[in-house]
Design a protein. Structure first.
Length: 147
């Protein structure tokens, strides 16, 4: 069996899949296939080639993926909803998780809101901070200052 050809075909396949998906999913295996092709060119036994492919692929995933994801996602623009987390809002309808009621206005938009805890109610007019988004509701906690 021509192992060099097998590894080169796998290398090309992984690169093509990566180019089509752009999801940083198969590029690590392409690196493993490249190193395995080199071991095949050195005429090392097939079990060493396979072990090299597996080890190099997983080492690349473990050590370089977090860096690559951070680098490639640094310019990612947050969606409107994501950009609201951390912002101040004004309560326009009293927030009571037990009654499933509550409204806030943040960045000029009206949202349904829930308190961070079921035992906390927040009165109308209070200033809150958006801490998370759950479905179509903002999860908020009360701030000390008023608008």
């Amino acid at each position: 069996m021509n192992w060099i050809l097998v590894w080169v075909i796998l290398l090309v396949l992984f690169v093509v899949i990566e180019v089509l998906t752009m999801g940083l999913t198969t590029i690590w295996f392409a690196g493993g296939a490249l190193v395995a092709a080199i071991t095949a060119a050195l005429r090392l036994p097939s079990y060493i080639q396979i072990a090299t492919f597996i080890v190099v692929s997983f080492v690349l995933i473990i050590f370089t993926r977090p860096i690559a994801v951070r680098y490639f996602n640094k310019d990612r623009v947050k969606t409107n909803a994501e950009s609201i987390v951390g912002k101040k809002a004004i309560v326009t309808g009293a927030i009571d998780n037990i009654k499933a009621s509550g409204q806030v206005t943040v960045a000029g938009m009206e949202w349904s809101a829930r308190s961070i805890s079921d035992d906390i109610t927040i009165e109308e007019g209070k200033v809150v901070t958006v801490v998370a988004i759950s479905g179509v509701k903002l999860i908020v906690e009360e701030r000390k200052e008023e608008l």
